[in-house]
Design a protein. Sequence first.
Length: 258
Amino acid sequence: MRIATFNVNGVNGRIDLLIEWLAATQPDVACLQELKSPDDKFPIQAIEKAGYGAAWHGQARWNGVAILARGCEPVETRRGLPDGAGDSHSRYIEAAIAGVLVGCLYAPNGNPRPGPKFDYKLAWMDRLIAHAGALLEADCPIVLAGDYNVIPTDADVYKPERWADDALFQPEPRERYRRLLGLGWTDAIRHLHPDDTIYTFWDYWRNAWARDAGIRIDHLLLNRQAADRLVAAGVDREVRGWPHASDHAPVWVELRDA
C-alpha cells in the first residue's frame, strides 16, 4: 500500500499536474494540502475520472486538505482537530482506507514571528500532539501525513543559518515535533534514510530548485502498527521540476500487506 502526501499549492490551478502525478505513480492514498479551494470548487470530477474517490475540507483562497483513495471512497472519520471551537482554518481531515487510518494535515506556517500567527502555530501543534496521543490507543495502522511546516533538524535544511529567524526552524515547533516522535510515532523518511540529504520543498526564489537549496517539511509519521509494515519511503523529486510545479514534491511510504 503506497501512501503519499503532496502540498499541491492550489489544486485547481495544478489539476493537470496532479492528475499526471497520480497516473505516473498510482498511490493507493494521496493526502493533499493547500487546496486553496472552497468545498464546492474542489475538482472532484477530474479526480474521479482519474480513478480516485475523495474526502476534502476546503477553504476559499487559503489552506484546505484532502484525502484521495484509488478505486474506492475514503470513509471520513474526522474533520478538524479536537478543541477547535472558533478555528476557521481547514487544516486537518482523517479517513479510513482499506484498514489503515490516515490523517492529512497542513500545519500553520507561523510567520511572521513573534506575533499571533506564531502563537497560533504553537497552539495548533499542541492540539495535534493531544490528538496524536489519543490515536495511539487505536489498534490499527495509522499514518499522519502532510505539510508540518517544521524543519526537524539541521540535517533537514540547506544552510541552516539562512532559516535561523524563520518560524519553521524555531526551537518551539521543533520541540513539539520531537514530542510527537516521543509519543511513539516514527518519522518514516528518517527511519529508513537516517543519513541522507532529503528535501521536500524548494522555494521559488533564488533559483532554489536548481541549486538544491531545499528543506524537509513534509512528513509521514507512523504508529507502531504502521511502522511494523514499513518497507520503503521516498520523495518524488522530479515532480518539483515539472512545468508549473508546486514548490513541494510528493513524499510517500509503502506498507506491506497485513
